[in-house]
Design a protein around this ligand. Sequence first.
Ligand code: URA
Length: 452
Amino acid sequence: VCGLRIQGLTLSTTRLDPPVIIARKRDGEELRPDEFRAFLAGYLDGQVAEEQMSAFLMAGLLRGFSREEAVVMTEAMITSGETVDLSDLRGPTIDKHSTGGVGDTCTLIVAPILAACGAQVAKLSGRGLGHTGGTLDKLESIPGCSVDLTAEEFHQQVSKIGIAVAAATQDIVPLDKRLYALRDVTGTVPSSALIASSVMSKKLAGGAEHIVLDVKTGNGALIVDPDQAFELAELCVAIAEAHGRKAAALVTDMSQPLSHAVGNAIEVAHAVEVLTGQRGGRFRDLCLEIAATGLALTGRGPDDAYGQALAALEGGRAAEVFSELVAAQGGNPEVMDRPWEVLPTAPVVADWAPGAGRVGAMDTRGLGELASGLGAGRKHKEDDIDPRVGFEMHVGIGDVLAVGQPAVRIHAANEYDRDWALGRLPDLIEISDEGQSPPPLVHARIGGARAR
Ligand code: URA
């Protein structure tokens, strides 16, 4: 390998030999930036085959990538496509991202709170896959609501109402799109460096100056181990700061579904109830923490940031912003007044009442798979979802149940699915005499000012 310097430009003459690169990663070596870039570029132009990239990703997942390698990957993903320019928007631009979980509808609350507090929220979101849900599927469950905006429509909507939530076009981070699809089918998702570069390339290409991250940990998260989640959060913040952006991350609990709803229309209905002041609990608490952490990045003092987020939620301004967002994207804003009538509902509803006892550990990933199995998620990217189905959780870890008290309400497309779900629940939620203490909501904070 050699680099040729001509008038300040370094032309890489790296000769690409994929089997050698794969073997070096297998043996735990760190790749030089130029050879790693050449390998990634080779994947895009066809010199590196899918099976070679699959083997490389598995080697990297098992042997680890260095921080420098994560930075190289992030940059390669950003430069593989277009970037969004938000510099002409008035007011601070903020983006928010979660690494994915079960019953995690935070975007539907956090984004309107941020916009209600004067931030410009240009949010490119994803769809659910596997056991985790996705914001786009949830928004599309509102009749008429579209998430397919052109780049111009997206930008215009943010200029006009301060918020847009849409699907990323094919032109943004195409390398991440290909790598993520490959990782999803090769067991190579849970690597800190691979997740950090995937998440941060999207956030950096999305153009916001301030980035708040919700990194999940626990048995429903992509990264189960809290130490590894902390490392991932630190890496994401470091990558953002290296690109001159202000970022903060919360490492938050995913050892039980976050909200009391898992599904698409059901999660929207619960989010509307939080926005309109009819529902509280840990989901609402976390939304306020995330929003306050994002606002604190824009220079507001931590107490002010929390106070403003709370006032936007309690005073109804966040609900108004959500209604404007839904209307601007073609959806029926009456969802705010009559969510359970406007949203599609499942034909079969049944309660699971497991008997007296205390709620112990939950198999959160299994609960996400249960919702997916009912039709709320997809096994393959091209599958359709059923927006009506999923379940409502009436309990959380540590709660006490009386005889006959329902713990979960199943929303199913038919009786067969209902019976299947009712049969699965006893294996997914432990009910015993001892129970368990509720886990903390926020495990750690990285970067930014502590809100409150
Ligand atoms: N979310 C992403 O965008 N990428 C990952 O790799 C994992 C979660």
